[in-house]
Design a protein around this ligand. Structure first.
Ligand code: ARG
Length: 669
């Protein structure tokens, strides 16, 4: 649809250009600029010119038809059910074209559209800055006059009821309610369709990425939760997402792990070694590595063997990785995370050839025995260490090979890395080096999605009471226990069946952990508190999940199913007449804009704030508008189907938001 419109617009544009050209030509001839000084009066024009006039009139007629077709297609586009329209986006387009028509000589005029809580429904605040720009060109006009001129050039659009210019040129936009109601009704009828994107991108999302044999800690939990949600948002929008777990499964620590394994379990090739407590095993080997020079030497030899893919050493390495993998998988299963494991080891051969290439092309510099690579600007940064003094590769080397692989083999248009903010410099330098080496072209977008540290309630680094780092599985267990306590406190164990109770417990536990993380601006440190996240007031998962079950129970009291609502939506339209209905409706209509905005800064707290806003405006609506009226005996007297449809649209959008956050709502809790 968008393409059709664009084609029509191009054709209209070229017709317009031709008309301009012909008009100029005709004028030139008539005024004698072409044929010496002969000036022609209207009734003695040469044949050449009259032909041109005929041609020009034909073109003008064609232009009108094309313009009509564009308008028609545009309005159809809004009604099409395969995508949900972005109100803000649509207004931006309509106003951009009006501004361009009104002021064709202002280059890149600002188009400022925002929802307006007081005057109209949306506001266009372009007039003031535009007045300044015009002043710069020596044109003196008042902002209200600019506002008026913009409105005069607006193309009629089914979304807009009317526009008023107020104060210093603010254009207050009143939306067309019946049109808005159509959109919301279509949600009930057809479900939520993602808004249109300009281009389907291949996106690699690198997240979770714990390290083998080391703790998967709360930092990795944050990366897992945020990365999963970002992937969900991009997948929903129709992008081609590759979720990658860049596990730390390579490097010198494997030397000592393998050397220790060989010493402790010499028959490891035939009998599986009991190393379930891999962290303890890691600690033992690290101790030996630090204290025993002979062991250290052997550990280094093991690394060399492993990196040459010696089969026995590869087998030992695989055993160790498997133990970690099983541990990690437990966390992913519980949280419902899908991710493809592709650890640092995957890049070994790619690292070898890349390093050769970088060296050959003169990018590597000696630095106290190491070989380093500087990014585009040498002074204000640090270099990447490509080869260590012992000849081994580093985290930097694997990330360089990895960025090349993702661009050249995966054909990525967008690379996203989700790690703590402590790695921000690493990713900046990586990006710069990849650009310098010509691996990273300007058309590939790179985003480091950083996040703050997880703190305990004492605002110190998150630790257990005894001062150890918190194990993730234990943390999730604690979440389950606390969730159950909360449910029992509310007496839910008496109302729900054992299965329902268990489902509620799991959902509440994992939802609250995810939501607490996602609802905070990821750039800040965040305090992990089960007490806070399990509160049933404010912007918490528990509050919102309850809000959703309450909305869903409204229709249920009248014995109306989702299917029946869908059916009803064919003949009844969502009601938006009451002030509170309209307020809620407008919030719901913002959904596509909210989701698309997330792709700009990858901040998911915006989606959480939006979810909270839906539930608050829903409460206001429900307090003021009857959906179902009962008589004094408690029997249902009237069912306001048009309001139940608004409830259903709210519920559907909330469910979709929860889904984007990786949260599963329960029907009863
Ligand atoms: N394993 C690393 C860590 O625990 C995170 C890896 C992130 N991804 C990457 N391509 N560097 O800090």
């Amino acid at each position: 649809m968008e393409k059709q419109i664009a084609d029509l617009q191009i054709r209209a544009q070229s017709a317009e250009n031709e008309i301009k050209f012909l008009t100029q030509e005709i004028d030139n001839i008539k005024n004698g600029f072409k044929s010496g000084c002969t000036v022609f009066s209207d009734d003695e024009i040469p044949k050449e010119v009259s032909d041109m006039l005929v041609q020009n009139n034909k073109l003008k007629y064609r232009l009108e038809i094309l313009k009509k077709a564009v308008a028609e297609q545009e309005s159809k586009c809004v009604e099409s059910v395969d995508s949900m329209i972005r109100i803000q986006g649509a207004l931006e387009k309509v106003f951009a074209s009006a501004i361009e028509k009104a002021y064709p000589d202002v280059p890149d005029p600002p188009v400022i559209i925002a929802p307006s809580p007081k005057f109209g429904d949306y506001q266009c605040n372009t007039a003031l800055p535009l007045t300044h720009l015009l002043k710069g060109q020596g044109i003196k006009v008042s902002p209200p006059a600019v506002g008026k001129k913009i409105v005069e050039h607006l193309h009629p659009n089914p979304l807009i009821e009317k526009c008023d210019v107020a104060g210093p040129g603010y254009i207050n936009i009143t939306l067309n309610k019946s049109y808005a109601a159509k959109i919301l009704t279509s949600i009930v009828q057809n479900g939520i369709k993602p808004p249109n994107i300009e281009k389907r991108l291949r996106v690699v999302v690198d997240f979770s990425s714990p390290n083998v044999a080391k703790e998967m800690h709360v930092g990795h939990l944050r990366s897992t939760i945020i990365g999963d949600s970002i992937s969900r948002v991009l997948e929903f929008l129709g992008h081609d997402v590759l979720r990658i777990n860049h596990v730390g499964d390579w490097g010198t620590q494997f030397g000592m792990l393998i050397a220790h394994l060989k010493d402790k379990f010499p028959d490891y090739l035939s009998v599986s070694p009991p190393i379930a407590d891999l962290q303890a095993f890691y600690k033992e080997s690290k101790k030996r590595f630090d204290e025993d020079p002979e062991f250290k030497k052997r550990a280094y030899e093991c690394v060399v063997k492993l990196q040459k893919f010696d089969p026995d050493y590869t087998k030992a390495w695989k055993m160790i990785c498997d133990v970690s993998r099983q541990e990690f998988q437990k966390v992913y299963d519980r949280l419902g995370i899908n991710v493809i494991e592709r650890g640092e080891s995957f890049y070994q051969t790619r690292m070898e050839s890349l390093v050769k290439e970088l060296d050959l092309r003169g990018f590597l510099e000696e630095d106290e025995g190491r070989k380093v690579m500087w990014g585009l600007v040498k002074d204000d940064s640090i270099p990447l260490t490509i080869i260590k003094s012992d000849g081994g590769f580093t985290y930097d080397t694997s990330d360089m090979a990895c960025i090349k692989q993702r661009i050249e083999e995966e054909k990525a248009d967008w690379l996203i890395y989700v790690t703590d903010l402590g790695q921000a410099t690493h990713f900046q330098v990586l990006e710069s080096c990849a650009k310098r080496a010509g691996i990273l072209k300007p058309n590939v977008r790179v985003s480091h999605v950083g996040f703050g540290v997880v703190l305990g309630e004492d605002k110190k680094k998150f630790k257990t009471r005894s001062g150890d780092t918190v194990k993730l599985t234990e943390l999730l267990d604690e979440g389950l226990k606390r969730a159950m306590d909360t449910l029992v406190q509310k007496g839910r164990d008496k109302v729900l069946s054992p299965e329902e109770l268990k489902a509620a417990q799991e959902n509440v536990a994992y939802a609250c952990i995810k939501y607490a993380d996602l609802s905070h601006n990821r750039n800040n440190d965040y305090i992990f508190s089960f007490d806070k996240m399990l509160e049933d007031k404010g912007n918490t998962a528990v509050y919102l999940l309850y809000a959703l079950t309450r909305i869903r129970s409204i229709a249920r009291t009248a014995n109306i199913t989702s299917e029946q609502l869908k059916e009803a939506a064919k003949t009844t339209t969502v009601s938006l007449e009451h002030e509170k209905e309209w307020k809620l409706g407008k919030v719901l209509l913002r959904f596509p804009d909210v989701v698309l905005d997330i792709t700009k800064d990858l901040c998911l707290h915006r989606l959480c704030e939006y979810l909270y806003e839906i539930s608050s405006s829903f409460t206001e609506f429900y307090d003021n508008c009857y959906c179902i009226e009962k008589d004094s005996a408690g029997d249902i007297k009237t069912v306001h189907m048009n309001r139940l449809l608004l409830c259903e649209a709210s519920a559907l959008i909330m469910v979709q938001c929860f889904d984007l956050l990786g949260i599963k709502p329960v029907s009863r809790m």
